[in-house]
Design a protein around this ligand. Structure first.
Ligand SMILES: [Zn+2]
Ligand SMILES: [Zn+2]
Length: 646
């Protein structure tokens, strides 16, 4: 008998050579029907692999990331089989699962595959899948493995096998198809009920442009047709919400080849939006006892050598800027922290003056390869809503809680209601990997866990995920399409205070090291605004949106009255504009709807006579005629309701 430990801690006895599927059936037949793959003692195995010793077993369904991986990897085999049948003589290379689906890199020889061929591949795929062929692993000697692919003239697989050791080479068979593979499959092909070939793109063998160009065929598959349909709908919606598209339509930001790749240019509306976000946070930070500081965009190379950032960002990033005569070396700032440490260092502190909380919307520059750049989410220059808190170890607990309050306030005010927190702690078995005393680590880890619990956050603890300099708390936010984004982060740091020799005088009159907290609720302004755009589809909360009201005179005759309404709104600090184009009212309404302006005020003869406005709400239509002052109180009430008090 062998002892199998399940994830919930239960230990069950099974006959030797029982399979993960046997264990699943023992739990329940219904559950077993959904189990598609397994991990034994942290190694991925097939659900049919006999278990020969005691160990920890995890069973996966399609709902688990590991289950999806097996499902999609298995689908890559079936797609390769389908393509091989449709295009005899193609040479297969590698076919892994990816975040959403899988791909296979194939040398098509003289064949050309394009979008019009995708339906044929899908049809063949499903025909093969319906055969319910089992995936079976078998060991094969290096000589036999090489012989198979040499005979096929597949130099790619030969190259792969040549780099493997005899005795650790396995093939996977299903129906009449065989592929070189390390394993991790679903039980049989019949589980795959829906497939979509997504795209075909060029890819060099082993990613090296000196090598042959292959065709990378991307696909995605599901255990239910409905799931595929939903996924494709989600992609459609994501395309509509793409922040690069919305940013252009709403005139928020632009890029210029002349200025340089990955360097966003904020247009007037985008700059105003960003300023409102900054002011919103500044106001809350002021109440929370932060002080604003300003530091330069460059710093001496030595500063970053002291901080350790040069080791991390130096050689692989923007190279030093040198002065023509003195031979000084400066770096574009990759982080604000070293500057803030030197701000702390400008004078001695007593414990009574702590904590010090220095905040800055600090722009930093980090080199990214041009191929990695993406809209506002991957850029080469970005502004962090950064702050560093310098406190005594005893103050850490309260400071941490206060930072969480601030982060939650930010999320709530921007309608991110769905988020989880990840607490990253030390690997308890490898304590020597981290700097700082055990006592301080315990204090910091307890501070984070207590604060997270006390604030009622939905959290997971990850051991071994802490930075070497301290534990941290990251916020993963789910957007309206269910995609996860990492936004705010709070990190405890024992390293920089040490490197910069920061100190304060304690009650004992001795010098002590302060603890440092790095925090950024938005993360970066660029990334945050990108996520916010995709989350809201450009329909920002009323307090934030660029134009809150548009006034639509039904003809030139009412232009003066429209200006009067505009004045009254502006006096009440409502952001408004007049659409004075010589267009039909219907057209003006449509354009305002498209520009996502929350309120439209239509003014004509009757409105002018009665000093009223006819109010339309974006997406909702006509809500009636109101006296101007009544409209102002209505909108103010609504602005207040979308922005909580901190
Ligand atoms: Zn495989
Ligand atoms: Zn920092």
């Amino acid at each position: 008998m062998i002892q199998i430990t399940l994830p919930d801690g239960t230990i069950k006895s099974f006959k030797k050579d029982s399979t993960p599927m046997d264990v699943a059936k023992n739990i329940s037949e219904g559950f077993a029907r959904n189990v598609i793959s397994a991990k034994f003692n942290d190694v991925t195995i097939e659900s049919s692999t006999p278990l020969t010793k005691d160990g920890k077993l995890v069973l996966y369904t399609f709902n688990d990331a590991d289950g999806k991986k097996a499902f999609w990897h298995s689908s890559a085999h079936v797609m390769a089989q389908a393509i091989q049948q449709l295009y005899p003589g193609v040479k297969l290379t590698i076919g892994p699962s990816i975040e959403n689906g899988f791909y296979y890199d194939i040398d098509f020889g003289d064949n050309v595959v394009s979008e019009k061929d995708f339906p044929t591949i899908e049809k063949k795929f499903l025909e093969l899948a319906r055969g319910k062929h089992e995936f079976k692993m078998r060991e094969v000697s290096k000589a036999d493995a090489l012989a198979k692919y040499k005979e096929e003239g597949n130099q790619y697989k030969v190259e792969l096998i040549e780099n493997l050791n005899d005795g650790e080479i396995t093939f996977c068979d299903h129906s009449d198809f065989t592929d070189l593979c390390r394993g991790g499959h679903i039980p049989n092909t019949g589980i795959i009920k829906a497939v979509k070939v997504m795209s075909a793109a060029g890819a060099y063998w082993r990613g090296d442009e000196k090598n042959n160009q292959l065709t990378r065929i991307y696909g995605v598959s599901y255990p239910k047709q409905k799931m595929l349909t939903e996924y494709l709908e989600l992609l459609e919606e994501a395309k509509k919400r793409d922040h690069r598209k919305l940013g252009k339509e709403l005139e928020l930001f632009a890029f210029s080849a002349k200025v340089g790749q990955g360097l966003p240019l904020w247009l007037p509306k985008g700059a105003a939006l960003r300023e409102r976000l900054e002011n919103f946070l500044k106001k809350a930070q002021k109440k929370a006892g932060y002080e604003m500081v300003i530091t330069p965009h460059i710093g001496q190379k030595e500063l970053y050598e002291t901080s350790g950032h040069y080791a991390k960002y130096g050689e692989d990033s923007f190279q030093p800027i040198t002065t023509p005569k003195e031979g000084e070396e400066f770096l574009l700032k990759p982080m604000n922290c070293p500057h803030h440490c030197e701000i702390y260092n400008h004078k001695p502190y007593s414990y009574k003056e702590l904590p010090k909380r220095f905040a800055e919307f600090g722009t930093v520059y980090r080199y990214e390869q041009s191929g990695e750049l993406h809209g506002l989410t991957r850029v080469r220059g970005f502004t962090q809503d950064d702050a560093h808190i310098f406190c005594t170890p005893d103050q850490l607990d309260k400071e941490f809680k206060d930072v969480i309050d601030l982060v939650l306030y930010v999320f709530k005010s921007l309608s991110f209601d769905n988020f989880t927190a990840q607490v990253s702690l030390r690997d308890p078995e490898n304590k020597e990997k981290y700097i700082g005393s055990d006592e301080n680590w315990e204090k910091a880890e307890n501070a984070i866990i207590n604060a997270t619990k006390e604030k009622g956050l939905d959290y997971v603890i990850e051991y071994g995920e802490a930075a070497f300099y301290g534990p941290k708390l990251d916020f993963m936010v789910k957007d309206a399409l269910g995609r996860s984004w990492q936004l705010g982060t709070i990190q405890v740091d024992y390293n920089l205070p040490e490197r910069f020799e920061l100190s304060y005088k304690g009650a004992d009159n001795q010098l002590h090291r302060p603890v440092m907290i790095h925090r950024a609720p938005f993360g970066s302004m660029e990334r945050f605004i990108a996520v916010l755009l995709e989350h809201t589809a450009g329909k920002f909360p009323l307090w934030l949106t660029p134009e809150q009201v548009i006034i639509l005179p039904i003809s030139e005759k009412y232009q003066i009255y429209a200006e009067k309404v505009l004045n009254l709104l502006e006096n009440s600090e409502i952001r408004a504009l007049v659409d004075d184009r010589n267009e039909k009212t219907g057209r003006k309404i449509r354009d305002a709807e498209l520009n996502k302006i929350p309120f439209m005020l239509i003014v004509g003869e009757q409105e002018e006579g009665e000093e009223t406005v006819s109010v339309r709400k974006q997406g909702e239509g006509d809500i009636g005629t109101l006296k101007i002052n009544d409209f102002i109180s209505l909108i103010n009430k609504e602005i207040d309701s979308t922005l909580e008090k901190f």
